[in-house]
Design a protein around this ligand. Sequence first.
Ligand code: PEP
Ligand code: MN
Length: 337
Amino acid sequence: MIIVMKPTSTEADVKNIVNKLEECGLKAHLSKGESITIIGVVGDKHIFLEKNPQLMPGVEKLVHVSESYKLSNKKFHPEPTVIDIDGVKIGGDNFVIMAGPCAVESEQQMFETAEAVLAGGAQILRGGAYKPRTSPYSFQGLEVDGLKYMANARKKYGLKIISEVTSNAAIEAAKGYVDIIQIGARNMQNFELLKTAGKTNIPVMLKRGISATIDEWLNAAEYIMSEGNQNVILCERGIRTYETSTRNTLDLSAIPVVKSKSHLPIIVDPSHATGVREYVAPLAKAAIAAGADGLMIEVHPNPAIALSDGPQSLNPEDFKKLCGELRPFIELMGRKF
Ligand code: PEP
Ligand code: MN
């Protein structure tokens, strides 16, 4: 349920309602827009409604929220969420590019990639230190050493960093190093991992599961948010379909659908969606046109020798060229980049 306050309502009206909700064991989440305040209510509302059958002072209306996700729901929070990572803003009218190798391989590799990322104008360096590989015999990542190399690149080049965590122990390890925790497609419904990420105050980028519906994805975001961490970024990275000419099928329709259902920012990853570097540029442009808040693109100093996902990785030169091509699209959409 949401309680929509009248534009003329006072702070005291809001406080009174929040107190009454809490007396009934309910959680109240305030969303203050320019003219109206909305109180999102989580929990069983029946006792509250029995005790308060009349609209309370300052209330415009009560609206039932039928979806099982509440905090990630646009009805709870009509304004788009903007996550501010020390000046790098994600969501609203901002546009962000995250780029870097699939896996952190060495400090030198991260430094070279950081230079390429900066040259393209991207704000966030990516790199996997804990790699969820399909085969147990593939390179599994440098773990804490990888995080340290990323943190050194962060310091040297002034970029923010994002890295995937695959376990609660990895979250613990990543805490001191990363600006954004990434939860990968394979772990989208690892509820214990989601809850642990929700107990941190580090922004979380939640990738869509390989065969997850949008509702399942928003419920997964809800697991993080219901633990207290409201800084969730969604990432569409392609879903599994019957098509085999690309690694996955990029679900571009997820962008407007998410925008209609949620206030959370949505990033698109055309690298994992296609698995083929030639297809990254056209889908990056399409994602911008469809309203994405940013892109995640795999870049490697030498994709031919990458330990993971070389065929979909761009080299520094191609990445810079792509960023130049994307700029007019980003501007056309009225985004700040
Ligand atoms: C990644 O971003 O490195 C990754 C493994 O992606 P996904 O979880 O989307 O497969
Ligand atoms: Mn990858």
